[in-house]
Design a protein around this ligand. Structure first.
Ligand code: DSN
Length: 432
């Protein structure tokens, strides 16, 4: 059953905006959401986001606020902090960052001085803007040196993070910080060899777990704070809305000794008043992620990604690194059709109701705006209860739409099948 109209006040006071929200709701329930960084938050998460907590100013931290009236808000934020520490077995947590980029900015502010040297992954090989891009604050304020992945090899064992290169660059540049973690890297990243390199050169390690935080909570990805080989990352930053399935936002985890520096960097260093309604929704999401069924969900996310990967390979696509062990697939379009760019493929798939994003592949000859790749992810459709059979269907629909992209009737027939498929797998907010 579809949800009741819970937006009746928006509908009566602002019909123009209401119709836009309804159009987006329609889009989300009638198209396939395959953007690797998206998910469907639960009704409880969405309800908490829309509560009276949005009315409160609470600069500072629990029991150390700059405004009165924060007795209840203190309890809410402390609950979120405690649940988060328990979820990741961490000594310290800050739940205030408004986004992943803010979490990274705060971590840099806590750990670095302007001009310090940092090693991080190249954006065009899977990193993130905040990992030192020259158009981002990170690249302007700090001296980032980039590492990448190894070359592709036919058996799929290439395109892995180049640990030898990290070692060489670390010895040469003596960074203060090594950042690991990525936004377009399909394989598990082992923190142990990076920790070893960092210890050799006296650097700290930050793991950007924006994409994989939910997989870590769900037990299908190693916790970077606790490397099996000994000490893990010093700091872990992440977003709460991707695989973790919470509200849009960020968070930071660390050992106790870095806690005060990180708190100071988030506030007053970077942000003003925290969004306590969002922090309440984070608390809901952390509780949900601690339930046994979240482990099953996380396992399915990876199984589904592997099933979709297999189907795409069978349809003639090359996958970066030969496949995936996470929620994410990076697809090289050139073996399927050398003329087809990521930009065109994304536009065709949009028409077919299949939402994904174009992405550069390692050593991409095309620009970041055009690209030779597409990135797919399974967190959102797994939340809708899709399984391996649906992933096979989706892989063949992707191939059909792209193969027959010049034929509008054929693309439209894929669109109709997508509507049919999604009607049996509604997002959680559309259910009872
Ligand atoms: N926008 C995120 C992603 O799609 O991976 C990164 O910030």
């Amino acid at each position: 059953m579809l949800q009741d109209n819970t937006l009746r006040h928006v509908q009566s006071s602002d019909p123009e905006l209401y119709s836009m929200i309804e159009r987006e709701r329609e889009r989300q329930r009638t198209t396939l959401q395959l953007i690797a960084s998206e998910n469907f938050a639960s009704k409880a998460v969405m309800e908490a986001t829309g509560t009276v907590l949005t009315n409160k100013y609470s600069e500072g931290y629990p029991k150390k606020r700059y405004y009165g009236g924060n007795q209840v808000v203190d309890d809410v934020e402390q609950l979120a902090i405690d649940r988060l520490k328990s979820l990741f077995s961490a000594e310290f947590a800050n739940v205030q960052p408004h986004a992943g980029a803010n979490a990274n900015a705060a971590a840099y502010l806590a750990l670095l001085e302007t001009g310090d040297t940092v090693l991080a992954m190249r954006l065009d090989q899977g990193g993130h803007l905040t990992h030192g891009s020259p158009v981002n604050f990170s690249g302007r304020l700090y001296n980032f040196i980039s590492y990448g992945v190894t070359s592709a090899v036919p058996d799929g064992s290439g395109e892995r993070i180049d640990i030898e290169q990290i070692h060489k660059l670390a010895v040469e540049h003596r960074p203060k910080l090594i950042v690991i973690g990525a936004t377009a890297y399909p394989r598990v990243i082992d923190v142990a060899p990076v920790r070893e390199i960092a210890d050799e050169v006296g650097a700290m390690v930050m793991f950007d777990a924006a994409h994989v935080a939910g997989l870590i909570a769900g037990g299908v990805y190693p916790n970077p704070l606790h490397s099996r080989a000994g000490k893990g990352a010093d700091v872990m930053t992440f977003t709460t809305h991707k695989t973790l399935r919470g509200p849009r936002g960020g968070a930071i985890l660390a050992g106790l000794e870095l806690g005060p520096k990180i708190d100071k960097a988030v506030f007053p260093g970077l942000q003003g008043g925290p969004l306590e309604n969002t922090i309440a929704a984070k608390a809901v999401a952390f509780k949900e992620a601690a339930q046994p069924d979240f482990k099953g969900y996380s396992r399915k996310v990876v199984q589904n990604a592997q099933a979709l990967a297999q189907e795409l390979i069978e349809q003639g696509f090359r996958l970066v690194s030969g496949g995936t062990d996470t929620h994410l697939i990076l697809c090289d379009l050139r073996t399927f059709d050398a003329e087809l760019s990521g930009k065109e493929a994304q536009e065709v798939l949009d028409k077919a109701g299949i939402t994904c994003n174009r992405n550069q592949i390692p050593f991409d000859p095309r620009s970041p705006f055009v690209t030779s790749g597409l990135r797919f992810g399974t967190p959102a459709m797994t939340t809708c209860d899709m399984g391996v059979a649906e992933m096979k269907t989706i892989g063949s629909l992707i191939a059909r739409a792209l193969r027959f992209r010049a034929d509008e009737v054929k693309v439209e027939s894929v669109r109709k099948e997508v509507v049919e498929l999604t009607s049996s797998f509604p997002p959680p907010a559309e259910k009872d």
